[in-house]
Design a protein around this ligand. Structure first.
Ligand SMILES: [Zn+2]
Ligand SMILES: [Zn+2]
Length: 246
C-alpha cells in the first residue's frame, strides 16, 4: 500500500526535526497541523459532494491545537476566533484572508482542495504560472532527473497539484533570460535551491530530488527557512509564503 501524501509529509517532518535545529519548532508545529489535515482528508466522502461548510466541524480542534502549540501571533488569533464562531464560514470563503486568519483558512482548505484535485484529470503539463486545477500560486518547484536537462515542475500552494513548468522561466513575470535567473544553493541544504529572478526580484525554492530522493518538497521547503532569510537580505521577495506564513 502506498503511504498517503500526509503520512509522507508527517514522516519527513519528523526526520527533519532531528537534523535541523533551527527549524525544530516550525517542524513540530507542522507535524501537529498535518496530522489534523490528514484526518480531514481521510474523512471526506466522495459520495457526498459538498461545499466547504463540511470543514466547519474541524474549527474547534484546529483552534484548540493552535492555541496550545502555535506561535504566539496565530495562537492569539485562535483564541479570538474561538469566541466568534459566526466568523468561521466567512473565513472558509477566502483563502487570501490576512496573514493570521488566513492561516486557519488554508489549513482547512488544503486537504479539501487536494482531495478534489486528486483524480480530477487536470492537465499536468500545462506551462502556466498558476495551478491548472485551482488557480493558486505555486509553493515550491521540484526538479527531477529525466534525461540530460532534468525537468522542473511546480507544486500548488493550495491543492498540491504538481504541473510541469519550463526550467528557465520566471513563474512570476515570465522572464526567460538565463542571466536574469540566478540560482543559489547553501551548503546546509544541498538539495534546496533558491531560484530567483532579477527582473521582478522574487524567488521560489526548488527541491532537487536527484540530489535527495527522500525529500518531500512541501516539507523540505519549510525546513529550509534559513534560506528565506538569506534571500530576503539580498532583496528577493518570496512569491508565495508557505502555510506557516514564511
Ligand atoms: Zn491548486
Ligand atoms: Zn520574474
Amino acid at each position: 500500500m502506498i503511504a498517503s501524501p500526509w503520512d509522507q509529509r508527517i514522516d519527513r517532518a519528523r526526520q527533519l526535526v532531528q537534523a535541523h535545529a533551527a527549524a525544530r519548532e516550525i517542524l513540530r508545529f507542522y507535524v501537529d497541523i498535518a496530522g489534523l489535515q490528514k484526518s480531514i482528508y481521510e474523512r471526506l466522502d466522495p459520495t457526498i459532494p459538498r461545499g466547504t461548510e463540511v470543514l466547519l466541524p474541524y474549527f474547534p480542534s484546529l483552534l484548540s491545537l493552535v492555541a496550545h502549540t502555535g506561535p504566539a501571533p496565530v495562537a492569539r488569533t485562535a483564541g479570538e476566533l474561538a469566541k466568534n464562531p459566526a466568523q468561521w464560514p466567512t473565513l472558509l470563503a477566502d483563502p487570501h484572508a490576512d496573514e493570521h486568519r488566513g492561516f486557519f483558512t488554508r489549513v482547512l482548505l488544503q486537504p479539501y482542495f487536494e482531495y478534489q484535485a486528486r483524480g480530477s484529470g487536470v492537465v499536468k503539463s500545462a506551462v502556466q504560472p498558476v495551478c491548472p486545477f485551482c488557480g493558486e500560486r505555486p509553493q515550491v518547484a521540484v526538479l527531477r532527473g529525466e534525461g540530460e536537462g532534468g525537468k522542473r515542475s511546480l507544486v500548488c500552494s493550495l491543492c498540491a497539484t504538481e504541473w510541469e513548468f519550463r526550467r528557465l522561466l520566471c513563474p512570476n513575470c515570465g522572464e526567460e533570460a538565463e542571466r536574469k535567473l540566478p540560482v543559489f544553493v547553501a551548503e546546509e541544504f544541498p538539495h534546496v535551491r533558491i531560484e530567483a529572478c532579477d527582473t521582478c526580484r522574487t524567488y521560489i525554492k526548488a527541491v532537487d530530488l536527484t540530489r535527495n530522493g527522500l525529500a518531500v518538497p512541501i516539507v523540505d521547503e519549510l525546513a529550509s527557512v534559513a534560506l528565506n532569510v538569506w534571500a530576503d537580505e539580498r532583496g528577493y521577495a518570496k512569491r508565495q509564503l508557505n502555510l506557516l506564513g514564511m
